[in-house]
Design a protein around this ligand. Structure first.
Ligand SMILES: [Fe+2]
Length: 165
């Protein structure tokens, strides 16, 4: 299986590793938006990283080769989300990548899938869970574009305005 279409995007063309948001955006943003955005990113970064944990857990459970192919493509995409959010978090807050790594390691020790194990009984139920998660992400990230991201960077001229897609 080749790279699925959704994975053919280049992170560096979206946001550079050392990108920092210009002070003018902070001055122009409404009160509290930067602080709230930082809090949001601190949380979002690590929930994307949880994909690796779920992937490892599922592999240990035993899955079919076809499901494994799908899951590999899914993980590749999720990890790009993770790297992209790390860059956004760094660009906004200046938090160092090494600091994020330390936080991620501390968080990894507390991970527990037990509360949702009943939803992960077979490959079909796992697919449903992943699809549900994607729908939730699509809605919440779209809202976040309008509420937060849109205050800290230029819109692409090829896209509809934030929040109107
Ligand atoms: Fe994701």
């Amino acid at each position: 299986m080749g790279t699925p279409p959704q994975n053919r995007w280049n992170l560096d063309s979206v946001i550079g590793l050392e990108h920092r948001i210009a002070p003018s955006y902070f001055h122009a943003a409404p009160a509290q938006v930067a602080e709230n955005f930082e809090r949001l990113l601190a949380r979002d970064v690590f929930s994307e990283a949880d994909a690796q944990f779920l992937y490892d857990w599922l592999l240990h459970r035993g899955i079919s080769p076809g499901f494994r192919q799908m899951l590999d493509a899914w993980l590749e995409d999720e990890l790009k989300h993770y790297q992209g959010l790390r860059r956004c978090y760094h660009a906004l807050s200046g938090v160092a990548y090494a600091e994020m790594d330390r936080e991620a390691a501390a968080r990894a020790a507390q991970r527990n899938l037990e509360p949702i194990e009943d939803l992960l009984v077979d490959e079909f139920s796992i697919l449903l869970l992943l699809a549900y998660d994607e729908i939730g992400s699509t809605y919440s990230y779209r809202r976040d574009l309008a509420e937060f991201y849109g205050h800290f960077g230029r819109r692409s001229p090829h896209r509809a305005p934030f929040g109107q897609r």
